[in-house]
Design a protein around this ligand. Structure first.
Ligand code: PMV
Length: 318
């Protein structure tokens, strides 16, 4: 068997990982309830290359910046953290430079940080190992990085970004759903929000019995949505999206801007619409059989709207 120091490193390694949408169950998933997420046709690409000096360099083509860090320092940057954990796991005796090139809009609920962390983990683990890492190994490294971005992440973002397709997720359980590929319109309110803050606000009220019932109701909506997805019943999926939105509103995670866009999409004939991700701003989604029309009405209401395809591939090497 080759030792870790003597194997031939293939340099550089590029990995990519998809953006994601939470279709049902955001927030309740933090409390061990189920949620459904799907991988999208927008990806983050990360290229890793070894450096002789034992340091980490992260270059972002999108942000046009460069960060330098050591193997052990405390960091607030999820990509640096992903690199540190991957380097520790592989017992790397060289440094690494990672270059990020992403098609995914940042901080709007499409999982850009999880995608970059997953692609970084995959690229570095392969760069310093004799064999290709398993998806579980990649997900575990990226989950450590997500703790920086999100505080107490449920793990759904890293799971869907790693495995791809459409998943029914509960903490500790990932079921790959044979769901249809759908076109979904995403409407970005362009209102910035902070996932960690919104998750903490929900935590403050979730013990209140007047709020706690929401958790159970959304949980039953998610289970019904799983069945509707398996049957490709778009009318039912849309109806359940509208229902999920009612209870997200009651949890206090919607916003005036999100509500306006959701209402516009519903009135224009969408099967259903809801916020996606943490809420408070960011994006809403609409399921429809006429995506261009819904995209157009959302744009006219000041959103930045675009159409995505669901059920795409998870992390892969390019
Ligand atoms: O806003 P996003 O895309 O990071 O989604 C957060 C999803 C939550 O359920 C609110 C939090 C979590 O960790 O699952």
């Amino acid at each position: 068997m080759l030792s870790l120091t003597s194997f031939e490193m293939t340099n550089p390694i590029t990995a990519s990982a998809p953006a994601k949408l939470i279709l049902f169950g955001e927030h309740i998933v933090v409390y061990g309830e189920p949620a459904i997420a799907t991988a999208l046709d927008k990806r983050a690409y990360v290229t890793a290359i070894t450096l002789d000096e034992k340091k980490i360099v992260v270059r972002s083509k999108n942000l046009g910046n460069e960060i330098e860090a050591s193997f052990k320092e405390q960091t607030k940057d999820p990509v640096v953290r992903a690199a540190q954990v991957a380097l520790e796991k592989t017992k790397a005796n060289k440094g690494v430079q990672v270059e990020i090139n992403s098609e995914i809009p940042v901080s709007v609920g499409l999982g850009s940080s999880a995608s970059v962390s997953v692609a970084t983990a995959a690229a570095i683990l392969k760069l310093f190992s004799e064999k290709e890492p398993s998806k579980f190994e990649i997900m575990a490294v990226a989950h450590e990085a997500e703790k920086i971005a999100h505080g107490n992440p449920s793990g759904i973002d890293t799971a869907i970004t790693t495995f791809g397709g459409t998943i029914f997720f509960k903490k500790g359980e990932i079921e790959s759903l044979g769901a249809p590929q759908m076109e979904i319109v995403v409407g970005n309110t362009k209102v910035p929000r902070n996932t960690k803050e919104i998750v903490e606000n929900v935590k403050k009220i979730i013990e209140d019995p007047r709020v706690a019932y929401n958790l159970f109701t959304i949980s039953s909506i998610v289970r019904r949505a799983r069945e509707a997805l398996l049957r490709s019943n778009l009318t039912e999926i849309g109806h359940l999206m509208n229902k999920n939105q009612e209870f997200l509103r009651a949890l206090g995670v919607s916003s005036v801007e999100l509500e306006q866009l959701i209402q516009v999409a519903q009135q224009a004939g969408a099967y259903g619409a809801k916020l996606t991700g943490a809420g408070g701003g960011g994006c809403m989604i609409a399921l429809t059989d006429s995506p261009e029309k819904i995209q157009d009405v959302l744009n006219k209401r000041g959103a930045e709207a675009f159409v995505v395809k669901t059920n795409q591939a998870g992390v892969r090497y390019e």
